[in-house]
Ligand binder design. Structure first.
Ligand SMILES: [Zn+2]
Length: 137
C-alpha cells in the first residue's frame, strides 16, 4: 500500500457525448479537446470541454501549443482520438501530457469501451460513466 492517491475519473454524460461526436467529426484525423472540471481527493470530475486555440492534427497526432492557453484552473486534462489502433498512449502523448488526465478514444468512438483514461506515467485511470450509472439505478 502506497500513500499515492487512487485516482478516478467521473465523466459527465454531456461531456462524454460531445467527446464522441467531436472524434467522429474529425475522423480520419485525430481530434483534441481540453477537459474542464475539477479534481477533489483523487476524483477528477469532467463536466465541460474547450477547443484548444491553434490546435493541429493529422492522422497520427493532435496537439496544441500550451503557451497560448489562458491560465484556467478548471482545465484538468485533454481528450484526443486514435483513429486507428489502440487507445494506448504513445510516447508523444506522454511527452505532451497536459493536466491530470489524458483521455484517449479509439475508433469507432461508439461506446464507453472505446474510452480510456491515463495518467502522466501511462497508467490507466478507471472511468465512472454518468450514463452507465443511470442505467444501473
Ligand atoms: Zn495519441
Amino acid at each position: 500500500m502506497g500513500t499515492k492517491l487512487e485516482r478516478k475519473v467521473f465523466l459527465k454524460k454531456e461531456a462524454h457525448d460531445s467527446i464522441l461526436s467531436y472524434c467522429k467529426m474529425k475522423h480520419p484525423n485525430e481530434a483534441i479537446l481540453i477537459l474542464k472540471g475539477k479534481s477533489k481527493k483523487g476524483l477528477i470530475t469532467i463536466d465541460g470541454l474547450s477547443i484548444p486555440p491553434f490546435s493541429y492534427s493529422d492522422q497520427t497526432f493532435a496537439g496544441f501549443p500550451q503557451s497560448f492557453l489562458p491560465l484556467d484552473l478548471s482545465y484538468v486534462g485533454t481528450a484526443h482520438s486514435h483513429p486507428s489502433g489502440s487507445a494506448e498512449p504513445s510516447v508523444t502523448d506522454l511527452h505532451n501530457f497536459f493536466g491530470l488526465v489524458s483521455i484517449i478514444v479509439q475508433s469507432p468512438y461508439e461506446n464507453d469501451t472505446d474510452i480510456f483514461a491515463w495518467d502522466s506515467q501511462g497508467n490507466q485511470i478507471p472511468i465512472i460513466f454518468e450514463s452507465a450509472d443511470e442505467q444501473k439505478n
